[in-house]
Structures are given as structure tokens and as C-alpha cells.
Design a protein around this ligand. Structure first.
Ligand code: ACO
Length: 366
């Protein structure tokens, strides 16, 4: 390509896939997951129901749901050693790399989705020199994950909050990590490789790595009366406020409201709303100052701000925020890989050459 074609940095606005998995309307602030508005699905469905929905395009009946629960629980069997790393997200990625693909996408999707919480919890505990906790076969997918982190059978309110988060995070159009998964699948590579690549893409602070820093910002601010000065100083230094802004949403991210409700319930259940109240004050100030410093950019609260709050309220350690995101999104990634297979054409975008021409190769004297 020579340069007369249009270059779209970040592929903004380029349609690169058709999908029936989720629809993101950034102008209206709507997210539809396999036909259901996110606010309809996320607070009501169990995560197993959402898994079935994404993999099959419809809700399961009672016996299909029971079978899926059993199959996911069976997939918690650890066929590989969890790898030690001081960073649980790296430990998770390194462990997943050890899983051999079977060549059957559905079987691999079950194995990865069933196993990821085991690997993540194990990576977390090993990073703290704690022994791994064996999975509990009678607990659901989300409850069992919480159980493997600290060995406590989780309270139903805690499970509901995290399950709502899992449902919210399960799929979101052609985001960077999902695009990576589809890209790898488009070469006819296997499911496991596609998900390992997606996990690497998710980790970055502009994608799934944002909620930890978003929470750190809230903690650093510490009290509502310090919000104005702290946020102003960050924006004056040219820093980005983590948990704000989105490529697609120019109005409020609909996932933020679902998680805000979940966080409010969670904190009310614990009886201490001080962090929730502080976060509300930080959000209000951040939105006002973003409009002042970046007028017209329509920077709004994104899902990661409230993710941080829900996961913190549910007692998930901050270094587990991104791994927890991966456990939910792996269902979307695997569904996208299977969807890509149906009408596959290898992704091979063009590039525009902006280098030099006609250089001569002069031999160096020997
Ligand atoms: N804080 C301050 N300024 C911001 C922010 C922010 N959070 N986000 C964007 N801006 C500014 C940019 O500096 C830029 O300003 P300019 O016009 O003066 O150059 C303008 O808004 C447009 O920003 P872009 O980088 O072009 O927006 P893009 O669509 O490429 O980026 C992104 C979207 C990466 C999410 C960005 O808003 C950001 O970095 N946010 C903070 C990180 C974050 O929260 N990531 C999680 C996203 S949600 C998810 O992945 C699940």
C-alpha cells in the first residue's frame, strides 16, 4: 500500500468481524449480551447460565444447566502444575501455556474455563507462599473460585456480587483481547493458543489492567475533601485517570451502573460504606475535572472503576483483579473463537509504507 489509503490508528471504526455474542452501542450507552441487555442479564443469571448462553446462543433448560455445572466442575482437575510467579496474572498465563490443546474447540473451552479459576487461585496463593486449596466440587463456578482464594465458603451476597461482575465482563464486542483471540484462531491455530494470546492482551493497563490502579487512586485520595486537589494534580501532570474514558462509549458505560448497584449492595451488606462513599466523591470530581481539562472528549466512568469497587468489596485482593477479569472474559474469548471458525478468513490487515525508497546497498570494504 502506498499512502493514498486511509490509515485508522487503533483500527478505530473499522468493522473486522460479525458477531452474535454481544453488541456495544457507544452512542446510546447500551450493551446487549446474546440478546439480553446487560442490566437484565448480569444481576439475575448464574454464571453457568451465561456460559451456556454464549456457547450455545440460548438459555439452558434445567438438565442442560445441571450437565454444564458438572462438566465445569470436572474440568477443575489440575492436569498441569501451577507455575510460581510473584505476579498472579503472569503465573496464570505461564500455567495456561502448559495446557496441551486437544484439537476439539468445545472440549478445550470447557477445560480452560473450568481450570482457569483453579490456576488463578493457585497462582495467587503461591505468590504469597500459601498452599493451594483444592476445588470444592459442590460449589458453583464463582463460589468455588472465591473458596479457593481463602478457604472460606463464601456468603451468598458475596457470590451474587462477583457473579454479577462475571456476567458483566463475559463479553464486550471486538475489544483488544477478543480481537487477539479471533486473530490467532483465524490462522487455524488452536483454542488454547488463542486464549493464551488474549490473556496477554488483557493484562495491559489500557485494557484489563486498569481496575487495580483505579482503586489505588481512590485509596491515595483517601478522603472526599482531597479529591479535587489530587485529581487536578494528576491531570495537570498529563496523567490518565484509570477507570475513565472508553474508545466506544462516549456516554456512560452501561456496565458501570450494573456494577455500581452490585457494589452498593455489597458494601451495605458488609455494614461499612466508607470506601463506597469515597469512590462516589472521587467519581463526581473526576468527571467534572475531565470535562474541564479535556473538554469535548466525553470521558465518562468506564467499567473498570466499579469493577475495582465490587471486587474490593467482595474481598478479592487487588493483584487478582485482572486475573478475575480473565476468568470471566475467557468465556467470551472461547465463544468468539468458535464463531470465527464458522466463517473464517485469516486476518491480514494492510499497512501503509512510510519508509524510504531507492536506497543503494554499498558494500563495506572487507
Ligand atoms: N484520563 C485523562 N485523559 C484521558 C483519559 C483518561 N482516563 N482517557 C482519554 N483521555 C484523553 C486523552 O489524553 C486524549 O486527549 P487529547 O485529545 O488531548 O490528546 C483524549 O482523551 C482521547 O484519548 P484517546 O487515547 O485517543 O482515546 P482512546 O479511545 O484511544 O483510549 C482508553 C481509550 C485507552 C480506554 C483511554 O480512555 C484510557 O487510557 N483510559 C484509562 C485506562 C482505562 O480505564 N482503561 C480501561 C478501559 S475499559 C476496558 O478495557 C475493559
Amino acid at each position: 500500500m502506498t499512502g493514498s489509503e486511509t490509515f485508522r490508528p487503533g483500527l478505530e471504526g473499522v468493522v473486522a468481524a460479525q458477531t452474535a455474542l454481544s453488541s456495544v452501542d457507544g452512542a446510546a450507552g447500551r450493551l446487549v449480551i446474546a440478546g439480553y441487555e446487560v442490566g437484565e442479564l448480569a444481576p439475575k443469571a448464574t454464571f453457568e447460565e451465561t456460559v451456556f448462553l454464549l456457547w450455545n446462543g440460548r438459555r439452558p433448560d434445567t438438565s442442560e444447566l445441571a450437565t454444564l455445572r458438572e462438566e465445569l466442575a470436572a474440568a477443575r482437575e489440575l492436569p498441569i502444575a501451577a507455575v510460581n510467579s510473584p505476579s498472579p496474572i503472569d503465573g496464570l498465563r505461564m500455567s495456561l501455556c502448559l495446557l496441551a490443546p486437544t484439537g476439539d474447540d468445545r472440549e478445550d473451552a470447557f477445560r480452560v474455563v473450568g481450570l482457569l479459576p483453579v490456576l488463578a487461585a493457585s497462582a495467587y496463593r503461591r505468590s504469597r507462599n500459601l498452599p493451594s486449596i483444592a476445588p470444592h466440587k459442590d460449589l458453583g463456578h464463582v463460589a468455588n473460585y472465591l473458596y479457593m482464594l481463602d478457604g472460606e465458603t463464601p456468603h451468598p451476597e458475596r457470590v451474587r456480587a462477583v457473579e454479577t461482575y462475571f456476567n458483566v465482563a463475559v463479553d464486550h464486542g471486538l475489544n483488544a483481547s477478543t480481537f487477539v483471540a479471533r486473530c490467532i484462531a483465524s490462522t487455524e491455530s488452536d483454542m488454547v493458543s488463542s486464549l493464551v494470546g488474549a490473556l496477554g492482551a488483557l493484562k495491559g493497563p489500557l485494557h484489563g489492567g486498569a481496575p487495580g490502579p483505579a482503586l489505588e487512586m481512590v485509596f491515595e485520595i483517601g478522603s472526599p475533601d482531597r479529591a479535587e486537589a489530587e485529581i487536578r494534580a494528576r491531570l495537570q501532570r498529563g496523567e490518565r485517570l484509570m477507570g475513565f474514558g472508553h474508545r466506544i462509549y462516549k456516554v456512560r458505560d452501561p456496565r458501570a451502573d450494573v456494577l455500581k448497584d452490585a457494589a452498593e449492595r455489597m458494601f451495605a451488606h458488609t455494614g461499612d460504606c466508607s470506601l463506597y462513599d469515597l469512590a462516589m466523591a472521587v467519581e463526581g470530581t473526576a468527571l467534572r475535572l475531565l470535562e474541564e481539562y479535556k473538554p469535548g472528549r466525553n470521558l465518562r466512568t468506564n467499567v473498570e472503576f466499579y469493577t475495582a469497587l465490587v471486587l474490593q468489596g467482595a474481598g478479592i485482593p487487588v493483584e487478582m483483579f485482572t486475573p478475575t477479569f480473565a476468568l470471566a472474559r475467557a468465556v467470551g474469548w472461547s465463544a468468539h473463537v468458535m464463531e470465527q471458525r464458522k466463517t473464517n478468513r485469516i486476518f491480514r490487515p494492510a499497512s501503509i509504507y512510510v519508509g524510504q525508497n531507492g536506497l543503494k546497498w554499498e558494500r563495506h570494504p572487507v
